[in-house]
Design a protein around this ligand. Sequence first.
Ligand code: T3D
Length: 266
Amino acid sequence: MSTDIPQAPVRYELADGVATITLARPDALNALDAATKEALRDAVQQAAADPQVRCVLLTGEGRAFCVGQDLKEHAQNLENGIPIDDTVTKHYNPIVQALLTMAKPVVAAVGGVAAGAGAGFAFAADLRVVGESAGFNLAFAGIGLGPDSGSSWTLPRLVGTAKAIELLMRPSTIDAATALDLGLVTKVVPDDQVLAEARALATELAQGPTMAYAAIRQAVYYSASHEIPDSLERESELQAQCGATEDHQGAVRAFLGKQQPEFHGR
Ligand code: T3D
């Protein structure tokens, strides 16, 4: 085998309805250089578009989940006059847009530190399974930047506006136990069980009512920024779509027949 071929910076595996997307630059703590951001953007968009995928599991290889923008590459870009908004528009925004809007659930397995955009990606998941020694660092202001990767949208929804501003203005690594208390994470588990626990959760979700999960994401996010009448109207539209699914109709029959429902995501 040639040693000249660099390892792909992102791996994509589909099994049991779960697309596992793994940031695979462990020696760089999964820092986001251009190749990694492009591969990640393509992977999340592929998962969003593939009807075989009924849940996405996002994780990072090695001792970090992701430390955000690769600052070594970033320094070179600054020297070469490449503007910041180039990567935000080309990479960070489409990645987070896909994570937050795909019509299926997203689980993050956070086995180590998640910083900057890495934290933003984790916050864009519906559920976060986190290792005991993992942590989150809203590192942006530490290098003189404001928030990106959707963290100005997700973080206040997770912890409230005042805490979000504090975490962004005074970045430090919040440990897993504190993150759990703040409501930033779903579950803290021993480090060596993060991936297995997250995979079990993702597999469970992949066997669930996919369109109902999509409706949950869409209704909750919509209602967070709309008045009650509009939110009720949106619930109504989404419920009509769910009500027309085989999954709903089969589950009602199963309930009345005192059987376990089987969901097929349609
Ligand atoms: O255009 C744009 O880029 C805008 C987009 C921005 C999106 C962003 O993500 S901005 C935020 C970028 N990320 C950061 O600022 C995080 C910087 N890192 C840290 O604050 C800390 O390293 C951590 C809190 C993540 C972890 O701390 P700790 O004590 O566990 O590890 P460490 O010793 O600080 O770092 C270990 C090594 O990783 C070290 O290298 P060395 O000394 O062993 O050779 C460190 O330089 C390197 N490293 C950590 N983060 C990055 C990094 N190298 C490149 N890029 C990084 N982001």
